[in-house]
Design a binder for this molecule. Sequence first.
Ligand code: SF4
Length: 729
Amino acid sequence: MFFGRKNRKPIVIPPKPVKEWKYSTCNYCSTGCTIELGLDATGKVITSRGHAGADVNRGKLCIKGLQEHELFNSAGRGLDPLMRQRPQDDFQKVNWTQALDYSAEKIQAIQQQYGRDAFAVVSTGQLMTEEFYTLGKLTRGCIGTNNYDGNTTLCMASAVSGYKRTFGLDGPPGCYDDFEHTDCLMAFGSNLPEQHPVIYWRLKEARETRKFPLIVVDPRVTMFAQFADIHLPITPGTDCVLINSMLHVIFKEGLEDRAYLEANTNGLAELEELVKQYDPITAQHICGIDEDTIRQVARLYAKANTAMSIWTMGINQSTHGSDGVCNINNLNLCTGNIGKPGGTSLSITGQCNAMGTREWSSCSGLPGYRYLENEKDREDVAKFWGIDEEFFPKQRGMAQTDIFPAIENGDIKGMWLVATNPMTSMANTARIRKMLEKLDLLIVQDCYEDVETNQYAHVYFPASVWAEKQGCHTNTERRVNLTRSALAPPGNAKSDFWIFNQMAKRFPNGKLINFPDETEAVFDEMKALSKGKDRTLDISGMTYDKIEAAKGIQWPYREGTEGLKGEARLYSDGKFPTTNGKANLIAINFIDNNERPNEQYPFWLNSGRLVEHFHTRTRTGKIANGNKFSPTPFMEMNPDAAEKLGIKHQHYVRLVSRRGDAVVMVQLTQRVPPNMVFVPFHFHDCVNRLTLGLLDPYSRQPAFKQCAVQIEHVDQLEAAQLNKERRRF
Ligand code: SF4
């Protein structure tokens, strides 16, 4: 019986008249897939395909990568610089000289009146690394504000902070190849098949050839949880209790790698003492995982020959995100799983070049993982750039999540937003709106003129997107890969690199510092700054041609390295860049400090991503198929909970928190428990109207994933109309 299949005609995709393929790296997520862009005889980009020779993706792309070439012709692109006196006025088209002169004068006027730090710069994880380095030079070396950060604070700051606290340095120690060696993988708060589909495919392929247990820790039955051998549906915000109780079992049963711990770590006694309090019998009532399962998982992980952990926002976006990362590192140090094939603590990064901004943008310090707090680092960079060392502050200024509230206080008067969209991405958007309205100067630099935040701008800079420019990205596994420019930006849009260089000319230090015109010359500067046997982030052996030939090279890759392979893993020798060369075990106590459901707000609100969309849909909301597959903000709700409230599948409801409300369509599913709802975070005027976003004390990253809401009925016709208006198509 074929049920009609016999007669079904397969879909045939007509061949495209590609004349030339251009080398590139995907500009969405941090997997770092190598893409080739197909150009027709007129130079128009007509298709994209995964590069079969690239080790990362081996010819594969996810739905976003497959459609990425459609970006170049998508609606809403900015074609000219725009200016206006007040956000309520209409924008007027101006030329670049007018826009840059006005902005530079106004920035300097604000700084003269209120101090250098009264102007803030907030960027992204989406630029090329050379652009990040140039923006850092401009912001730290010319504008001279200390209130400079990237939107990576919303996604990766806790991983950065946790790596620094444990290992003394940022930088994921493992790689995708670890999937092919590990004997047990534990994933915390990561829905890999939807967030990083090609990394998931690498993992799936490894498990098909060599079966090993997959444990997924997530309050929701995500797609990843459905593929797991063991799913731990943890109570939100209690990962630290689960890991501490696993460590309790590991120490009690003598399963730790004591020889490794004694040789390579600090703080063992304190950690052992603390986890004595976390016996599984007590822990189960806090974290929601029964005592036997805690013991089973602890034994499985510790007894595996090699074991590895991966995580994303379920850990990072928490009031104790940095602690959560340290605790995952504790687990791996205690079981001797750092720096060996299949044994690692691998944070899966978010944006395509979140790593590039961490390494080179100077957001949290100075380029190449240097610190403002370190006198020698300040001296070295000032000398290299040719400016007075005293121009640098002696400690880091505010993070993005503190910069916005500082507008309320009147401490920040002007802001430059580069490729970031806080009107959709920040928690409690009603409050963010009021903050933006208070600014004397808001510059928005983005490839899309219709990005939501531009409604509050005084000046708009139209920027180029992805392969309209050239430069590098670094992916999750420290692999530097290249994008070659495939076409020119539309209209009068310019590369972010060009805009930074032009702005630098308008500041006094811009005449002292060299700002090269070519990105490859910038890459050469970065190489020179990275060189040194004590520097882990060493890219001095790389060139654009070598990167393209290798389809990406992992750092460290030192000058004189033979062949085209960098180092796959960090800390394989058990030596760490801390003061005594040992890794720090950090005892993490559970602090229950976030909003929780109660009688008035009885549901946990959880948020996350969909495979079709990227971040605030600034780009994917314009790509026809991706948007058609997922056009509407929706809410996953358990059918039992819905029945009690008289809510039906595909009904609209109003979600209400202490901050605001949002109307969403209900999707009934057993993926969420009866006391939880889940809403994707991509949609404007939706989940972040509700979120609280309390901050992690170390990383200043917001706890997007944990707050309390109630559900109300709404008029269905009115809600449907509202929803229609919210769609981009
Ligand atoms: Fe791009 Fe990530 Fe998809 Fe690869 S997995 S094609 S890097 S969005």
